[in-house]
Design a protein around this ligand. Structure first.
Ligand code: AKG
Ligand code: FE2
Length: 362
């Protein structure tokens, strides 16, 4: 059987069960709309007929500058060219009858939460709350990985896997999406001349393990690490999406970074004699890595150090009554970050430079 079904979670299960069944197992699932029923965006941003209340959105966020891509220009994740325009202008485009809309424009990767930190229009579902990546970005004042997407019916995101081999969760505030998900490794069957096919709907998938799932308004899709996916908006759809890393997928991120570094070293090996010192060479390689995936070895290590420090601190504040699952999670985060620190400190880069690697590119 190449098509498999995806679990739908309709009533709350204990955190530890979700952790075991989906995060550790790295399996996708969908949370029902009960998990987002209390979000104010689910009522304030949506009209009685279930469509987006575009006038409400424009009256609150109209002047914001938002990134917009052309669907047909998208090649690979992260490579999509985007231009910036006023949110209210994008909404004007969305309001046009589909037949009259020029091209296919898709508002993607708007850092809505960062721009409006206090509006509280949604909250992160508990199952996705151990999020080292955004915690690290917040502590460093860097761009986060929390996004708002808004696309007309027919807009779509090509086949890709998520940045840094992170997990993602994606909640529809209004509208519907069709997801096509592939377990890790299946993407090897989806290449032409070595490059990933961008639109798998044009391909025979009978020999490729995959799942097709429709995500309704209010539902939340959990996309595991390294699962490739392609996504289509079946109606005008607004969604909230976070990418995140924690103790259950962080080793994938480390494997990605060390693999990419190997590739960088190989690609520029011709230039190596031109570097006066080993340190200069290594610094240049890290700089390239950071330009590629917005994270270098130093950032990665600092993220782990942060988790160890923050979790120790939280565990010590014994005056606060912690729910059982929270102290269990703090301990688990602490253990996985500390164990991985031991592993990475063995890497040549850290043996040469110690922990405080800096590429001086900020
Ligand atoms: O909704 C989309 O168009 C893409 C979403 C996505 O790729 C994700 O949540 O990882
Ligand atoms: Fe994605």
């Amino acid at each position: 059987m190449t098509q498999f079904s995806i679990d739908r979670i309709t009533t709350s299960i204990p955190y530890s069960e979700f952790y075991r069944r989906y995060l550790i197992e790295n399996r996708p699932c969908i949370l029902s709309d009960t998990f987002t029923a209390s979000w104010s965006s689910r009522t304030e941003w949506v009209s009685a007929d279930g469509t987006l209340d575009l006038d409400f959105l424009v009256s609150h966020y109209g002047p914001s500058e938002v990134p917009v891509t052309q669907c047909e220009d998208q090649t690979e994740y992260g490579a999509a060219k985007s231009t910036r325009e006023k949110f209210r202008d994008f909404v004007e485009y969305l309001k046009m009858a589909a037949i009259n809309r020029p091209g296919c424009r898709y508002l993607k990767d708007w850092h809505f939460q960062r721009e409006f930190p206090n509006v509280g229009v949604y909250s992160v579902p508990e199952y996705f709350s151990s999020d080292w990546l955004n915690e690290f970005c917040d502590e460093n004042g860097e761009d986060d990985y929390r996004f708002l997407y808004l696309g007309p019916a027919g807009s779509w995101t090509p086949l890709h896997e998520d940045v840094l081999q992170s997990f993602s969760w994606s909640a529809n505030i209004a509208g519907r999406k069709r997801w096509i998900l592939f377990p890790p490794g299946e993407e090897e069957k989806l290449r032409q001349n070595g490059r990933l096919i961008s639109d798998v709907t044009s391909v025979d998938l009978s020999a490729v393990a995959h799942s097709v799932v429709i995500q309704e308004a209010g539902e939340v899709v959990f996309v595991p690490s390294r699962w490739h996916h392609q996504v289509h908006n079946l109606e005008d759809t607004l969604s909230i999406n976070h990418n995140w890393i924690n103790g259950t997928n962080v080793r994938n991120t480390w494997a990605l970074l060390s693999g990419l570094l190997g590739r960088v070293e190989k690609e520029i090996s011709d230039c190596r004699p031109g570097f006066k010192t080993e340190t200069e060479w290594m610094t240049q390689c890290q700089r390239i890595l950071r330009a590629d995936v917005a994270m270098d070895f130093g950032d990665f290590r600092r993220m782990l150090v942060m988790v160890v420090a923050n979790r120790k601190c939280s565990l010590m504040s014994t005056n606060i009554e912690q729910p059982h699952h929270l102290s269990w999670l703090l301990e688990s985060d602490l253990k996985s970050a500390a164990e991985l620190l031991d592993v990475i400190d063995d890497h040549l880069y850290f043996r040469v430079h110690g922990g405080e690697w800096k590429t001086d590119v900020k």
